[in-house]
Write a protein that binds this ligand. Structure first.
Ligand SMILES: Cc1cc2nc3c(=O)[nH]c(=O)nc-3n(C[C@H](O)[C@H](O)[C@H](O)COP(=O)(O)O)c2cc1C
Length: 306
């Protein structure tokens, strides 16, 4: 644990996962100010200007922060250039690249002197991340919110990663309580990488309506429903865990048969801000979200048993 804290310049071994659309510079700054490490989640479409703006918010006053990119997106190279160009207070303490071929991006980041992390969801991901030279391994199980693999649970992928490397391994997926954190550290994780516990923070970039719907929700589904409905080209092996709204329940497992009418219904629902259609990505820990909160309270609650 000491190693991760020293490595990243933080006080608690808690990383707030990069979450596109939710974790921007404001949330990252708030998490890091509370002693964890806040990560900015870049959408596939994020521009170099957006990345620089969010980095300035996150790193204000020299606060450490990280940035998370997605390996499969066509804009990957431009986004890597933008991250590598950051300097001074805006230089990230950690850059993650996940979901797809991480070999070239990790090499470029390392050549630029940046510390890297990759989320891994099975043995092949793990082997690729280690061979690429990722400094931190994020063992991410299918309980997790947002996109990823649904092949292995968090404990199983954590055990696999811990057995395969001496590099720091962080546990991710469904880690929501102080006991979950203590258990992961007890197994040998160097820290935890949590997304869902931070979804109802006031510093997040999601809407108050989305936060209210997340508090009300208690069930999630792993599917490709929102990506198919919006025609987003995520590779098939990376589905996403989201709140199980009636639309998600109707089409999960049947995505390839989704009709034009259903896509239209989804678009219209999103347009009018109906949270039955908003992609509310969240992990199994969604049932622990009981109210709107703030980043400092979430970090404090997570470290309560260590
Ligand atoms: C709303 C949301 C958006 C996410 N966006 C990203 C992202 O942009 N990049 C990324 O690497 N992971 C993303 N993830 C996955 C997280 O990095 C992480 O694997 C996950 O949140 C861990 O599980 P938990 O949500 O149960 O804590 C996202 C997760 C959520 C909930």
């Amino acid at each position: 644990m000491a190693a991760l804290i020293d490595l990243l310049g933080i006080r608690h071994p808690i990383v707030c996962a990069p979450m596109a659309g939710v974790a921007g510079g404001r949330l990252a700054h708030a998490v890091s100010s509370a002693g964890g490490l806040g990560m900015i989640g870049a959408r596939g479409s994020a521009s170099p200007e957006w990345i620089a703006e969010q980095a300035a918010l996150a790193g204000a006053g020299g606060t450490p922060f990280g940035i998370g990119l997605m390996a499969w997106v066509p804009q990957r190279s431009t986004q890597l250039d933008a991250v590598i160009a950051l300097a001074g207070e805006q230089r990230p303490a950690l850059v993650s690249v996940s979901f797809g071929d991480v070999t070239e991006p990790v090499a470029r980041l390392r050549d630029a002197g940046l510390r890297t992390a990759c989320q891994v969801g099975n043995a092949a991901d793990l082997e690729m991340a280690l061979a690429a030279g990722a400094d931190l391994i994020i063992a991410r199980g299918g309980e997790g919110g947002g996109h990823g693999r649904d092949e292995m649970g968090t404990e199983a992928i954590l055990d696999l990663a811990l057995g395969a490397t001496d590099r720091p391994v962080l546990a991710a997926g469904g880690i929501s309580t102080a006991d979950d954190v203590a258990r992961a550290l007890g197994k040998g994780a160097a820290g935890v990488w949590c997304g869902t516990p931070f979804l109802t923070c006031v510093e997040a970039d999601n809407t108050p309506q989305a936060r209210t719907a997340l508090v009300a929700a208690d069930d999630t589904r792993y599917s490709r429903v929102h990506d198919v409905a919006q025609d987003i080209a995520w590779p098939r092996e990376f589905g996403g865990r989201a709140v199980a709204t009636p639309f998600v329940r109707r089409w999960s497992g049947d995505e390839d048969a989704m009709t034009g009418d259903a896509r239209g219904e989804h678009a219209a629902g999103r347009e009018r801000g109906d949270t039955d259609y908003t992609p509310l990505y969240a992990g199994v820990g969604v049932d622990h979200l009981t109210a709107e909160t703030d980043a400092a309270s979430v970090v404090r609650a997570l470290v309560d048993a260590i």
